[in-house]
Design a protein around this ligand. Structure first.
Ligand code: FAD
Ligand code: EPU
Length: 338
């Protein structure tokens, strides 16, 4: 295993921020990972497990070791009368996993097409799009406890999955390296068209055309029409989470702004769109120097050139302040700031 010194992380984060990692290692299998975590030369160093770098914003050089897991197998694990279990390694690119499922005639994951990053990070913020969250299809998550060196498997109901949250972002943050995920997909083919833009896409189409393959195509097309391609414009998807507010607050807002959409989270709370809040503040398309709000999706902050992580953070704080001043709502970061 090669451990390099002073490596630029610019090619390894989708915001394209240029910072240096003191040490950088790409790890191909689990014995190498265990060996590296036990290595006395690095045991006291700060550690960062990196996937595709599509949900990270670096604000300074990383004074420690960055470990990129490259294990890459997908295998059919077992099946029952109702379900098929597929195990995917943490280093598999997320969209390759989605494509594998769709190509093999499986359904349940196609709404999550084209999300950047790797399988290992998918459970961390419980990735979601177009009416599906990854928790809906996860059976269990396996990995290595850094302190004890034990491999453990955590069943879905112990992962504390919530909207853009899980045990891996909280109690197990920096303690647990996810090495693989076991997915559970239904054998009965059923697509989910609950999300309005997806439903619209299929309106008027024949029933036989509503397949997981075509849903994947539709999701890819909708995403490409709104979200910037990180290969062209640095970004990390939604910079903020959609806020969850009380029913009372929602009713007060809707009396003033009739076009505000709300999605019930519980009996007493409603999720509203942070993109809408930002747009109402007149910030959609706003640019300061190298940093801007994406012109087609106000939740996405983009790096137009050589922005530093701190410039991006300052810009994000300006957005938070404007939203707070206009609506008295705090919008929390989705992106991990380091
Ligand atoms: P990274 O950015 O590399 O890491 C994210 C965090 O997870 C870090 O804290 C890292 O240390 C930790 N981590 C990574 N791998 C492991 C591991 N194996 N074990 C332990 N910790 C680990 N997200 C959505 O939910 N829905 C979307 O629709 C969506 N669209 C996006 C569109 C664009 C254009 C972009 C750029 C991003 C989008 N995202 C979306 C955000 C992002 O793609 C997801 O959060 C993705 O899961 C991040 O994966 P990654 O491998 O790049 O993680
Ligand atoms: N909206 C605006 N202006 C905008 C953007 C959105 O008014 O600039 C309003 C519109 O009313 C629109 C609604 O918000 O109908 C929803 O917009 P969209 O479908 O684009 O979804 P979103 O809530 O902005 C969330 C996720 C995305 C995910 C999409 C699709 C979060 C933080 N973001 O965005 O995930 O792809 O739904 O399901 O929940 C990510 O997490 O990085 C990400 C891109």
């Amino acid at each position: 295993m090669l451990i390099e010194n002073n490596v630029s992380l610019k090619p390894f984060n989708t915001f394209k921020v240029d910072v240096i990692a003191k040490y950088f290692a790409e790890v191909a299998d689990l014995s190498e990972l265990k060996e590296l975590l036990d290595d006395k030369n690095y045991i006291s160093e700060k550690r960062l497990i990196l996937g595709g770098g599509s949900n990270i914003l670096f604000t300074k050089d990383f004074d420690g070791i960055v470990i990129k897991l490259n294990n890459s197998e997908i295998e059919k694990f077992h099946e029952t009368d109702e379900e098929i279990f597929i195990k995917a390694d943490a280093g598999v690119e997320w969209d390759s996993f989605v494509k594998y499922c769709v190509d093999n005639g499986l359904s349940g994951v196609e709404n999550l097409s084209l999300i950047p990053g790797n399988v290992g990070a998918a459970p961390i913020q419980n990735i979601g799009a177009y009416g599906v969250e990854v928790k809906d299809i996860i059976d269990s998550v396996s990995g290595l406890m850094c302190n004890s060196g034990y491999f453990i498997t955590i069943p879905n109901n112990h992962c504390n999955f919530e909207y853009r949250n899980s045990i891996f972002k909280n109690e197990l943050k920096n303690e647990f390296v996810i090495t693989s995920v076991l997915f559970k997909l239904p054998k009965q083919k059923k697509v989910n068209l609950n999300y309005a833009p997806l439903n619209n896409y299929f309106s008027g189409k024949k029933k036989s055309e509503i397949t997981s393959k075509n849903v994947r195509k539709a999701v890819i097309s909708i995403r490409k029409s709104k979200l910037p391609d990180p290969k062209i414009l640095g970004n990390a998807g939604s910079f903020f989470k959609n806020p969850i507010i009380s029913k009372e607050k929602y009713e007060q807002l809707i009396s003033e702004y009739s076009d505000l959409n709300g999605y019930p989270e519980s009996e007493t709370s409603i999720k509203i769109s942070a993109g809408w809040l930002i747009e109402q503040c007149g910030l959609k398309g706003k640019r300061i120097g190298n940093v801007g709000v994406h012109e087609k999706q106000a939740l996405v902050i983009v790096n137009y050139g050589n922005a530093t992580g701190n410039e991006i953070v300052e810009f994000s704080k300006m957005i938070q302040n404007e939203v707070k001043n206009k609506f008295n709502i705090h919008i929390n970061n989705e992106v991990n700031i380091l």
